[in-house]
Write a protein that binds this ligand. Sequence first.
Ligand SMILES: [Cu+2]
Length: 168
Amino acid sequence: MMRIHLTRFLAAAFMAVAALATPALAHDQQLGDLLLHHPWARATPGGAKAGAAYLRIENHGDTADTLIGASADIAALVEIHMMSMENDMMVMGPAGEVEIPAHGTVELKPHGLHIMLMGLKRPLKEGETVPVTITFARAGSIVLEVKVEAIDATGEGGMEGDAEEHSH
Ligand SMILES: [Cu+2]
């Protein structure tokens, strides 16, 4: 009898520890009607002066909102950028104001929209969490907990299927 109880106790204790030790692979943050899914960035090599952060923005409200800006202590300048193909060349620059439609989703991901971190004051290290503030016209500002993933990470699910450099 005693033995069974002890086994149960150990199993429960083990599960509690395992739950604590399980890394949070994806994380969500909430700002009003906006769900901010899994803010992440790639680690940067030592001398890199630029990095990029990504996330999925879901608007669960009945009113459109607009992503109007971003800032971070880790970088001298932060802008919302769009990367696209033009005449077989990858070009990128400020995306302007990015609308998040009512009940719509906007994805910031490699080779597309991204939060550009320019003039990095130090490298982004895999495993750390970096605060990056983004601001919406209606919902206001939130400090994203940007998880720094591997230098060749492609994001949750790895839909991109490659690890092309985000070069600037
Ligand atoms: Cu960029």
